[in-house]
Write a protein that binds this ligand. Structure first.
Ligand SMILES: [Zn+2]
Length: 359
């Protein structure tokens, strides 16, 4: 009898522990990166908009953004930290200081048969998204990065940069006569070149939305939002019963910061907020999706020096035209979000995500 009770107790504890673990782990993970989005960028969006999605997060952390050997990081090293759980040198894309490949959360997700996707307003081979799906020692080698992207098994990729996949003879900028779009089609991807066609795509398709030769137009100059692109990507990725992981980048927030152009910046933040809203709405309905909103670094040390609560009257100033070591926020919603409270180095975001992927 005693033995039976002991066995029952052990079984109960095993099931109880498994339930606790299961409850904390999301089926889907959506990571939204506002490139260059220091804390005051978020403050401006919150001050300007009563319905800013940033107001909806209850779990908030602060991330230290340095690279392995420099206080001021670039986007490649910072995204590598988030994608792999390890810091590296500026310019490196998911390789360590000896050029060894660093295992990424996308590769882990694919090993679990989850879907993977990316949506950016930069080029798809850009420095922020690339560390999630390729490995290379220089962010500047766009053609080599594009070569690897074709084989990276992404289910969804939407952004700009068609020129890096097409030879000069066909309007691209490749000098090697290679046409990577043909290779994508051989791998059963449907390739779309404009928003209208992309919005008519079937969720069951593997898609590449190459919406521009270079990066996408500024938010103020296109008639679709990052939120719309995110919604299309989610429809596709959510077809996978094993769940999905995706990265959405508001790439040009950083460019506005480098330009110290606050009008450009505020509109890019509003565009990024549409994507945060899309992700939160999906997560609220789904109930099993973790949403993380963060940044790779601050740009320009922007701050708000005067004004009222009126959108048009914020006085915004920048300290310089470069990246800074200012904190960035980590806003988390959904199962597993509690892991993201506190102050930690950027690579801990990757390590926490790996933990949620049972690695
Ligand atoms: Zn930058």
């Amino acid at each position: 009898m005693n033995r039976l009770i002991r066995i029952a107790l052990v079984l109960y504890l095993v099931i109880f522990a498994a339930n606790i673990q299961g409850a904390d782990k999301p089926k889907n993970i959506i990571i939204l990166i506002g490139d260059g989005m220091g804390l005051n960028y978020v403050a401006a969006n919150v001050l300007m908009h009563e319905d800013s999605p940033f107001r909806k997060f209850a779990t908030i952390g602060l991330s230290i953004t340095k690279s392995i050997d420099e206080l001021i990081t670039d986007s490649a090293a910072a995204a590598t930290a988030i994608a792999t759980g390890y810091q590296t040198r500026n310019r490196y894309i998911s390789v360590d200081t000896n050029y060894n490949k660093l295992y990424t959360i996308f590769e882990r997700a694919q090993s679990l048969n989850m879907a993977t996707g990316v949506v950016v307003t930069d080029n798809i081979p850009g420095a922020s998204p690339s560390p999630f799906y390729i490995h290379h020692h220089s962010r500047h080698d766009y053609f080599e990065i594009a070569d690897q992207i074709v084989d990276s098994k992404l289910d969804v990729a939407i952004g700009g940069g068609a020129e890096y996949l097409l030879p000069i003879e066909q309007g691209g900028s490749r000098k090697d006569s290679v046409n990577l779009i043909e290779e994508l089609e051989l791998l059963d991807y449907k390739v779309y070149y404009n928003f209208d066609d992309l919005s008519g795509s079937f969720p069951s398709e593997k898609i590449f939305g190459l919406l521009d030769m270079g990066s996408l137009p500024r938010a103020s100059q296109r008639d679709y939002s990052l939120g719309k692109l995110t919604s299309i990507a989610v429809d596709h990725l959510n077809e996978n019963d094993n769940g999905f992981i995706m990265v959405v980048e508001g790439s040009q927030i950083d460019w506005a910061g480098h330009d110290t152009n606050y009008v450009y910046l505020l509109v890019e933040m509003e565009d990024f907020a549409t994507a945060v809203n899309t992700a939160l709405e999906f997560a609220e309905n789904d109930g099993n999706t973790l949403v993380i909103v963060t940044s790779d670094h601050d740009t320009g040390g922007m701050t708000i020096t005067d004004g009222s609560f009126n959108a048009d009257s914020l006085k915004i100033e920048f300290i310089n035209t470069h990246h800074t070591a200012g904190f960035v926020g980590v806003f988390a919603y959904g199962p597993g979000s509690e892991l993201f409270n506190g102050i930690y180095d950027n690579y801990m975001i990757g390590q926490k995500l790996f933990k949620l992927l049972d690695y």
